[in-house]
Write a protein that binds this ligand. Structure first.
Ligand code: GUN
Length: 294
């Protein structure tokens, strides 16, 4: 069997084009242009790159972006003060505080400060709480897990009644992914570093989401034939044939898993592009919410 390859790059491009058109229509109809503020604290290379990519995506979608950078030595009060200022700014619809924050900062307190209606990352405790609860809906869903759900939908994967196994329990991906799949009527198991029989759990799964940050940890022999495999990992693997000395691989051993799976996301070009696409969609929705209150 050869798996259907879920083309995240193409699906993300489609989502971004839809957002671009919706933004253009909003501007033509109302004169209003959505705005996203990014807050970067410190000079972590990966975080700086992600923020730059988000700003570039805004420009392509016709969304205003307002970049704020604070030094790594910024205080709790300075960061929360900036967020409060952005909460009050009517040109800002979405506030994205890039994580992780420096160790001396209380992340939860910062996320708590973000106006619920501007929480385009969906990390505010109230939005996460609503995501967890039956019969309640958050205003925004975290972008990476929302992107994974979109990929499953586009690939025609049935979630209702499916056995879903998530490997990894991070606040940004594993946990909200579990809650989304549960809301979509899957039977959900979360595996993590203390799980005793990882392979046994994964082997039962109709849907596997690998978000543990370990190079090629999930191998083809662990995959149930026909399962859908969503690989959130982005890891560097030594590769002397590449000029830079490495290539990017996921948390799934792609070749062996693709030989067994029914559908699989590649790395790169799978989940990665979806995060930014869903951030654009959330920012547009935040602007719709703001407009509805005018
Ligand atoms: N760090 C890693 N992923 C994310 C994300 O989706 N949003 C934010 N704000 N920080 C991150």
């Amino acid at each position: 069997m050869s798996a259907q390859i879920i083309d995240g790059k193409a699906i993300a491009a489609k989502v971004r084009e839809e957002v671009r058109q919706a933004v253009a229509k909003m501007k033509a109809d109302t004169g209003y242009v959505p705005g996203l503020a990014t807050v970067l604290v410190g000079d972590d290379t990966a975080s700086s790159t992600y923020v730059r990519m988000k700003q570039k995506a805004c420009a392509e979608a016709g969304i205003h972006s307002f970049g704020h950078t604070l030094p790594g030595s910024a205080t709790q009060a300075e960061i929360e003060g900036l967020v409060a200022q952005l909460n009050d700014d009517p040109t800002v619809n979405g506030i994205l505080v890039q994580l992780p924050l420096p160790d001396h900062i209380d992340e939860e307190a910062v996320l708590n400060t973000i106006d619920l209606e501007k929480d385009v990352d969906g990390f505010h405790p109230v939005n996460i709480g609503r995501l967890a609860m039956k019969g309640r809906d958050p205003l925004f869903v975290p972008c990476t897990p929302a992107g994974c759900m979109r990929l499953l939908k586009e690939a025609g994967v049935e979630t209702s009644g499916a056995e879903a196994v998530i490997v990894g329990r991070s606040n940004i991906v594993g946990l909200p992914m579990a809650m989304l799949l549960q809301k979509a009527n899957a039977t959900v198991t979360i595996c993590h570093s203390r799980t005793k029989d990882l392979a046994g759990h994964v082997r039962r799964a109709d849907i596997v989401v690998a978000a543990i940050g370990r190079t090629e940890m999930i191998t083809g022999d662990m995959i149930k034939p026909g399962a859908a495999v969503i690989d959130v990992g982005i890891n560097r693997k030594e590769d002397a044939s590449k000029k830079r000395g490495y290539r990017l691989v996921g948390d799934v051993a792609y070749e062996s898993a693709a030989a067994v799976a029914g559908a699989i996301t590649p790395v790169p070009g799978g989940v990665g592009p979806m995060t930014i696409a869903l951030l654009m969609e959330n920012t547009y929705r935040a602007a719709e919410i703001a407009l509805s209150k005018k």
